[in-house]
Structure formats: C-alpha cells, structure tokens
Design a binder for this molecule. Structure first.
Ligand code: HEC
Ligand code: HEC
Length: 331
C-alpha cells in the first residue's frame, strides 16, 4: 500500500508535463460531495462517534478529540486521554480522512474501519476493551434494535461498531471551498494574493508532497528533508510500521484541506500558527526562507482550502438501561 513519491521527480514531471496539462489539469482536484450509500448505517455510526460510553470513563467520545465543531480536531498540541493523560501525538482531523492512503501519522491502520477499533481499547485514549464496549451497547435496547436493523443479525460485534463508525466518517468530506470553486472555473473565487500564494505553492515545491484532492494524505514523506526537525516527542514515524531505518521520521503527509481550522500543526503540535508552519516547511523541506510577503501569500492560499463543514444534527443517544455497566471516570 505504500506509495512514496520523490518530491524532486514530481517537480520534474510537473515541469515537463506543464505544457500538456493546461490550467484545467491542476495537481489539486476538487473534493466531490459524499454519496451516502446506507443512511441507516451512517446514522448509527454518528451516534457511536458521539457516544462517550465507548470509553471507560464514560466521558470521552471520538468527538472529544476529533471535535466536528472545530475542524475534526481538538486544537491542542497533543490529545488528552483517559485520566487526563497527555497523549504522545497531535490529533489529525477526521475530515476527508477517507482519502488517506492509510490512517495514523505512521499509517499503521490500513483504513477507517481498522483505525476505529484502536482508540476504544487504547489505555491512553478511551481506555476500554472491545468486549466491554459491546457489553455496554448490547445492554441498551434501542442500540440493540438499531444494530439489528442495520446489520440484519442479533449478535452485536465490534466489527459492526467499527464499520458503522467508518461509514459515518466517509461522509465527513468538505467540498465547496473557495479554492475548489476556482478549480471548477469560477476565477473570481480567489483574490490576487491568494492566487499568487497558489502559484508559489506550486513553483516552490510544496505541491510535490501536498497534492491530489486532499492536498496531502496520499504519501509518506520525511519530516526534515533539507534540515533535520528537532522535537521532544518520541514518535518515529513510518519506520515503527516497516521496521526500516530509511523510513525513520517519515510521516503521512497531512491533508491541507481545512488547515485553517486544524491548528496547532505537525505531529507534535509545535507550530501554533500557519505562518510558523509555512516557515518551517519552507526551510526544512525545501531549503527556502520565505519573505514575510511570500509567507503571507502562502497562508492566504491555504485558507482558501476551508470547505463546507458537515452540517450535522446532534444525535440523541439512547439512555443506558438498569444493566448497563457503569462508567469509571476515576481509577
Ligand atoms: C484521546 C483522544 C482521541 C480519541 C478519544 C480518539 N482519537 Fe482518533 N486520533 C487521536 C490521535 C492523537 C490520533 C493520531 C494517532 C497517531 O497517528 O499515532 C488519532 C487518529 C485518528 C484517525 C486517523 C486520521 C489520520 O489522518 O491519520 C482517525 C480516522 C481517528 N483518529 C478516528 C477516531 C475515532 C473514530 C475515534 C472514536 C472511536 C477516535 N479517533 C477517538 C486522538 C483521539
Ligand atoms: C518533502 C515533502 C513535503 C514538502 C515539499 C512540503 N511538505 Fe508540508 N508537510 C510534509 C509532512 C511530512 C508534514 C508532516 C510533518 C510532521 O508533522 O512532522 C507536513 C506538514 C505540513 C503542514 C502542517 C499540517 C498539519 O496539519 O499539521 C503544513 C501547513 C504544510 N506542511 C505546508 C507546506 C507548505 C506551505 C509547503 C511548501 C513551502 C510544504 N508543506 C512542503 C511534507 C512536505
């Protein structure tokens, strides 16, 4: 599944392909609206995404760290888990995550369904077990009948839980950004500075790693190509999955869709602002120090990538029953 693209090869192919691909063949493509194949499953997945009873404390839901009112993130450096534990890494957005080549910064889950089982049983996140999560859901009559309706069987399983959550996440896409309107021909959608920012994004080489409909998410790349990145965090990146030393400090290139909303930036959350993130990217990935004016134009372009946020009706969760295992907020 690993698709690594050399930034330099990519730039070369862009240069030679430039004449063939006219303006309608940009290296970034618009996001298309989600098609809801199974509305009942999506609705169930939405409930589960918001249900804190999937955590030991009864307090932490997926939405705690992937807040859909805040671009699908928690807007803090690293997440806070069970018992106020400090998480080891920044929480990426769940918006458009279905477009990722794999899930997590190091890509250790192949897709959204495989990913969704992780946090429930992670002692540093929701600190539950899959068995207990199933016990909780099966003790709630309204959930039992909803699962039966969606999956057509009496037995409730963790695979059904993760499938429903993944089905919900698949509709969390954000089409309609000003940049997409521009891509689709509405030339007035971008200001002069925003357009200059996009040209600089391409000409300086950002596009080599941040491309495709998600403007990232499709390859693993080294953090610190020209100059090493210094961090106090211990995450090793892709090598933790492949065991290969060459993959050390390779991370999944984050999507830049909605990046205006998903601060702070990088896997350690150390860049508080887009200005800082752009400066670090210029110097460390491309060996280039942007002037304040260039930086501002790049930032202006990045802010045009904010799309239409999913419009959700807050789900009303079915109440626990007398037999539902009770939450353990404090150990
Ligand atoms: C305590 C905070 C926390 C909770 C709760 C949590 N997550 Fe996450 N999530 C994270 C962090 C941190 C990462 C990045 C971990 C890594 O890459 O090693 C992540 C990664 C992800 C990703 C991968 C995104 C990407 O671009 O790679 C998805 C999808 C996701 N979580 C969905 C969920 C779902 C679904 C739930 C509920 C079942 C959930 N998360 C619960 C913090 C949390
Ligand atoms: C060689 C590949 C590569 C190039 C070139 C590159 N990036 Fe990145 N970019 C990455 C990777 C990898 C990360 C994640 C690094 C980390 O978190 O440690 C990242 C992260 C980011 C982030 C933070 C996103 C987030 O959610 O945390 C922004 C913003 C960004 N890049 C913008 C740019 C801009 C602007 C340029 C051009 C000046 C650029 N990038 C060039 C690979 C690249």
């Amino acid at each position: 599944m690993r698709r690594t693209l050399s930034p330099f090869l990519f730039i070369t192919s862009l240069a030679f392909g430039g004449v063939l691909h006219a303006a309608d063949k940009e290296p970034i493509q618009p996001i298309t609206a989600a098609k809801v194949a199974n509305p009942a499953m999506v609705e169930l997945g939405k409930k589960l995404f918001f249900d804190p009873r999937l955590s030991r404390s009864g307090f932490i839901s997926c939405n705690s760290c992937h807040n859909l009112s805040m671009g699908g993130t928690d807007n803090i450096k690293t997440s806070i888990g069970h018992n106020w534990q400090r998480g080891p890494i920044n929480s990426p957005t769940v918006l458009n995550s279905s477009m990722n080549v794999a899930q997590f910064w190091d890509g250790r889950a192949k897709d959204l369904q495989e990913q969704a089982g992780g946090p429930i049983a992670n002692p540093g996140e929701m600190a539950f077990t899959h068995e207990l999560a199933i016990d909780v859901l099966a003790s709630i009559p309204a959930y039992r009948s909803e699962f039966r309706q969606v999956f057509g069987q009496d037995k409730l399983t963790i695979e059904q839980v993760t499938r429903a959550i993944a089905a919900f996440e698949e509709v969390l896409v954000t089409p309609g950004s000003r940049f997409d309107q521009w891509l689709m021909g509405k030339k007035s959608a971008l200001s002069k500075d925003e357009l200059a920012g996009y040209q600089l994004f391409k000409s300086s080489g950002c596009i080599a790693c941040h491309n495709g409909p998600a403007v990232g998410g499709n390859t693993f790349q080294k953090m610190g190509v020209v100059e090493p990145y210094k961090t106090a965090m211990t995450a090793q990146g892709r090598s933790a999955v492949t065991g290969k030393d060459a993959d050390r400090f390779n991370f999944k290139v984050p999507t830049l869709r909605n990046v205006e909303l998903t601060y702070p930036y990088f896997h350690d959350g150390e860049a508080a602002t887009l200005t800082q993130a752009v400066d670090v990217m210029g110097r460390l990935q491309l060996g280039r120090t942007f002037t304040p004016d260039e930086n501002a134009k790049l930032v202006a372009f990045l802010k045009t990538l904010t799309g239409k946020q999913p419009q959700l009706v807050l789900p009303i969760l079915p109440p626990s029953s007398d037999t539902t295992p009770r939450p353990v907020p404090f150990d």
